[in-house]
Design a protein around this ligand. Structure first.
Ligand code: ZN
Length: 101
């Protein structure tokens, strides 16, 4: 994955992704400079396939299909746990959705 320029990034995330059983078996790193095209590196929670790509993502929820097992992965779902935190941050929540390790 290419280097992230954090000064330019409008969105950065790096999270574990749950499968249907709620087990954190996958992972996603994703960033965007314009909130339109998102670059991501994904580990599929269903089949452990790893790949990276970029695509335009519109309104949430975001679904990214695994090229290996063709299951759709909901990237937005993980945000639920952070809902309260984001709410407290006010209207710029999307920009503050930064979860960098
Ligand atoms: Zn898969």
């Amino acid at each position: 994955m290419k280097e992230i320029d954090y000064d330019r990034a409008e969105y950065v995330t790096n999270r574990e992704v749950e499968n249907d059983e709620g087990e954190k078996t996958g992972r996603v790193k994703m960033f965007s400079y314009d909130n339109e095209e998102y670059y991501y590196e994904m580990e599929c929670p269903y089949c452990s396939n790893e790949w990276e790509d970029s695509q335009e993502l519109g309104q949430r929820p975001w679904w990214i299909e695994c090229p290996e097992c063709t299951r759709s992965i909901n990237v937005n779902r993980i945000k639920d746990a952070k809902k309260k935190e984001i709410k407290n941050r006010g209207p710029d929540a999307d920009l503050d959705d930064v979860d960098v390790t």
